[in-house]
Ligand binder design. Structure first.
Ligand code: PGA
Ligand code: MG
Length: 224
């Protein structure tokens, strides 16, 4: 038996477990180029991630000249996803200390889960290519329950708790999507200051903000 305060810890994927902007940025830019738009930088891309690939492309189009609608937008989503799927783990790596923190939690008997807005098939592919799949008791994505039930809705968190057999849960994430999903589910949440932020980290409204994965186990214990 473990005396850790949470039975299940749910992790966001992009900007939380892994730094994936190096692979997402070129995929966005392939779609922007197809539409005759200027490319966006890696830094700009970081601020567009969190709501899934469609939302990322919508926002990239908004900041490079304005929205694109209908069938043309769907085509551009296809262009982005085709490039991203083929290059999903070229530059993407776990953040420093991530694997050690996952090992530490697992050794305490905590069930680990992925709760991402990335499409489920892309999340599964990325985790498999990085050799991480076996670490997680549950992996759900932004389309697992239908897009309208992605974060910030609480549904993916409730689904995760159910798939893990119930019990106490805490969320770890980097964006307002994660903090709001946890709030909507009535669960505690730790945010990371190094992920991808749509607002400044201190304004995310998390219960605790950490700067490195070394601080995660202590932060979760403090919240319990
Ligand atoms: O790919 C995205 O935009 C979102 O993914 P995340 O929920 O893992 O941050
Ligand atoms: Mg994220």
């Amino acid at each position: 038996m473990t005396n850790f305060p949470f039975r299940i810890v749910g992790f966001d994927l992009d900007g939380t477990l892994v730094d994936s902007a190096l692979d997402l940025c070129p995929a966005v830019n392939v779609a922007l180029r197809a539409e005759g738009r200027p490319e966006v930088s890696l830094d700009v891309t970081r601020g567009l991630i969190g709501g899934g690939a469609r939302r990322m492309l919508e926002r990239a189009l908004e900041v490079t000249g304005g929205p694109v609608h209908g069938a043309r937008f769907e085509q551009l989503v296809g262009v982005l996803l085709e490039h991203y799927t083929a290059n999903i783990a070229k530059g993407t790596v776990p953040y420093p200390g991530c694997l050690a923190a996952l090992d530490d939690l697992a050794a305490r008997g905590v069930l680990l889960a992925v709760v991402t807005n990335k499409a489920e098939d892309l999340a599964l592919k990325l985790l498999a290519e990085l050799g991480l799949t076996h670490r997680f008791a549950s992996i759900v994505g932004g389309d697992t329950l239908g897009r309208e039930r992605a974060k910030p809705a609480p549904d993916l968190i409730h689904e995760t708790v159910g798939r893990c057999g119930g019990g106490s849960f805490a969320m770890v994430g980097d964006s307002t999507f994660d903090v709001l999903a946890a709030r909507n589910a009535g669960m505690p949440v730790v945010a990371l200051s190094f992920g991808y932020h749509d607002v400044p980290p201190a304004e995310l409204g998390a219960d605790l903000l950490i700067d490195h994965f070394d601080q995660l186990v202590g932060a979760l214990q403090a919240l319990g």
